[in-house]
Design a protein around this ligand. Structure first.
Ligand code: SAH
Ligand code: MG
Length: 217
C-alpha cells in the first residue's frame, strides 16, 4: 500500500465517508480489486468539498487511468446537462479505451473529454480555462504539467497534485529506494517550486499519499 498515515487512522477516516451511489461504489471496488492507482477515498472526499465550496464547473486532469476520478468529479459537479466539464489525458492505449467505455457506461460522454497520448504534448491543444486542475500522472513531469495547467486556470483557480509525499519517501531519505531516486529528487524540487514561487500559495496535506493544494494568485 502507498499509505503514508497509520493504517488505523486511514481506516477510521474512511469509515466516516458516506458512499456516493451504488454504481460509483461498484466501480471503485472493481478498481481496488485490480489494484489500479485510483484516488484514495479521503482524497476524493476532499476534492468533493473543494468542488462544492468553489462551485467548480470545469476540471482539467492529468492521468485518466480507467476514468474513476473523472467520473467521480463530474458527478460531484452535478449540473450534468449544463456546462460541467472534465478534460483529461491518458497515454496508455489500454487504459484510454477502458476509460471511454466507463464514461459511456455512466452516460457522461458529453461532459468528459479524454485526450489519448502524452499529456505534455496534448496539453498545448487545449484552449479553454478551468476552475480546478488535478495532476495525477508521471511524477517526474509534475512541474511541466503544473506550468501548462497554470496557463489554463481561471482567476482564483486551484491546482491539486496527488501522491506528492510518495509513500513517505519525499519527506525522509531513510524510506527512499534506489530505483526511485530520480522521482524523489524531482518531486522534492517540485514541492519547493510550488511552495516558494510568489505567484502561488501552497499547502501540502498528508492525505492519501500526500496532496498539494495550490492557489494561483
Ligand atoms: N486519476 C486517476 C488515476 C490516474 S493513475 C484516478 O484517480 O482514477 C495515472 C495515469 O496516468 C496512468 O494511467 C498512466 O498511464 C497515466 N500517465 C502517466 N504519465 C502520463 C503522461 N505523461 N501523459 C498522459 N498520461 C499519463
Ligand atoms: Mg494518485
Amino acid at each position: 500500500m502507498d499509505n503514508i498515515n497509520r493504517e488505523y487512522i486511514d481506516i477510521y477516516i474512511n469509515s466516516l465517508i458516506k458512499n456516493e451511489n451504488e454504481e460509483l461504489e461498484r466501480f471503485r471496488k472493481n478498481c481496488e480489486e485490480r489494484q489500479l492507482p485510483i484516488i484514495h477515498r479521503e482524497v476524493g472526499q476532499f476534492i468533493k468539498l473543494m468542488i462544492k465550496q468553489s462551485n467548480a464547473k470545469s476540471i482539467i486532469e492529468i492521468g485518466t487511468n480507467v476514468g474513476y476520478s473523472s467520473i467521480f468529479f463530474t458527478q460531484m459537479m452535478e449540473n450534468l446537462n449544463g456546462e460541467s466539464r472534465v478534460v483529461t489525458f491518458e497515454r496508455s492505449e489500454k487504459f484510454y479505451e477502458e476509460a471511454i467505455k466507463n464514461i459511456k457506461h455512466f452516460n457522461l460522454e458529453k461532459n468528459i473529454e479524454v485526450y489519448y497520448g502524452d499529456a505534455v504534448e496534448n496539453l498545448d491543444k487545449v484552449n479553454e480555462t478551468f476552475d480546478l486542475a488535478f495532476i495525477d500522472a508521471a511524477k517526474s513531469y509534475y512541474k511541466v504539467f503544473f506550468d501548462k495547467c497554470v496557463l489554463r486556470m481561471k482567476s482564483g483557480g486551484i491546482i491539486l497534485s496527488d501522491n506528492v509525499l510518495y509513500q513517505g519517501m519525499i519527506a525522509s531519505d531513510d524510506l527512499v529506494v534506489k530505483r526511485k531516486k530520480t522521482l524523489v529528487r524531482n518531486l522534492r524540487e517540485y514541492l519547493q517550486y510550488i511552495s516558494e514561487d510568489e505567484r502561488f500559495i501552497t499547502t501540502v496535506l498528508p492525505l492519501g499519499d500526500g496532496l498539494a493544494v495550490t492557489l494561483i494568485k
